[in-house]
Ligand binder design. Structure first.
Ligand code: NAP
Length: 294
């Protein structure tokens, strides 16, 4: 068997196109232009790249991106004051604070200070609680991306056994909650899980979010299973360069799985498209309009 490749680039472009159309309609019919504030503290090179890409994609979809680049010397009080200002700014529908923050700033305090209605990352405790209790909420972008990618293969997750490797608040836990809400039978694995390969072999849907390069081998995968690889790991490549690989040994897995996301080009691009979707949803909700149904 050779797995079908779930092309995150193509699917993300399609979702961005739908968001762009909806943004244009919102502007034309209601005079509303959704806006997102993207806050970066410090000069972490990876974060700078992420923020630049996010702001570019936001602007390309017709929304406003308000960049706030703050020096690494910014105090927690100064960052909280900015969040306060953004919370009350009617032009700002979404607030994204790029993580990680410098060590002297408590990320929990900062996330909790964001208006939950503008929390397009879905990390605020209220959004986390609403997701866990089954209420509509802003859902973290990467988990949402995983579900949307898996849905291109499965019309329903009823009767499916899903295994999620990883229990982080950013990926593992929320993706498990989303799968549960979609009627999958879910197991969350982590670094203390016994017989991880045996557990994974039971999965009709395997979501790998451990941050361990090529950890999931071909013989961990149930024949025909759908594999969503969240991992982004930088490893040595050719000619002294580095390359990005996922948590799944792709070539081995491709020979066993029914469908699989590549890295790069799978969950990553879809995550950014989901950020645009969340910003659009937040703008609609804040203006008393129904959420777009895609
Ligand atoms: P994280 O906070 O480091 O969490 C990793 C999780 O994996 C932890 O729960 C850990 O278990 C578990 N784990 C680690 N080693 C394991 C092992 N050998 N066996 C079983 N479980 C193991 O990472 P994260 O933020 O969730 O991110 C996970 C990966 O996804 C990273 O590669 C990250 O770069 C990537 N990521 C990608 C996107 C995207 O847009 N594509 C977005 C976010 C993250 P314990 O809890 O027991 O320590």
């Amino acid at each position: 068997m050779t797995a079908r490749i779930i092309d995150g680039k193509v699917l993300a472009a399609d979702l961005r196109g739908k968001v762009t159309d909806a943004v244009h309609r919102l502007k034309r019919d209601r005079g509303i232009v959704p806006g997102i504030a993207v806050v970066l503290v410090g000069e972490d090179p990876a974060s700078q790249v992420y923020v630049r890409t996010k702001s570019y994609m936001v602007a390309s979809s017709g929304m406003h991106a308000y960049d706030h680049k703050l020096p690494a010397t910014t105090s927690e009080a100064e960052l909280l004051a900015l969040i306060d200002k953004l919370n009350t700014d009617p032009a700002v529908n979404g607030i994204l604070v790029q993580l990680p923050l410098p060590r002297k700033i408590d990320p929990h305090k900062v996330i909790a200070a964001i208006d939950p209605a503008k929390d397009v990352d879905g990390f605020h405790p209220l959004n986390v609680g609403w997701l866990a209790t089954g209420f509509p909420s802003l859902v973290p972008c990467t988990p949402l991306a995983c579900i949307m990618l898996a849905k291109t293969v499965h019309a329903s997750f009823d009767n499916m056994e899903a295994v999620v490797i990883g229990r982080s608040n950013i990926v593992g836990k929320p993706v498990a909650q989303l799968l549960l809400a979609e009627n999958a039978t879910v197991t969350i694995a982590h670094s203390r899980t016994a017989d991880l390969p045996g557990l994974c072999r039971r999965a009709d849907l395997l979501i790998a979010a451990a941050g361990r390069p090529a950890m999931v081998r071909g013989d961990w995968i149930k024949p025909g299973a759908t594999v969503i690889d969240v991992g982004i790991n930088r490893v040595p490549g050719e000619a002294g360069k580095t390359k990005i690989v996922g948590d799944v040994a792709f070539d081995e897995a491709k020979a066993v799985a029914g469908a699989i996301t590549p890295v790069p080009g799978g969950v990553g691009p879809m995550t950014i498209a989901c950020l645009l979707l969340n910003t659009l949803r937040a703008a609609c909700a804040q203006n008393g309009l129904p959420a777009p149904n895609f």
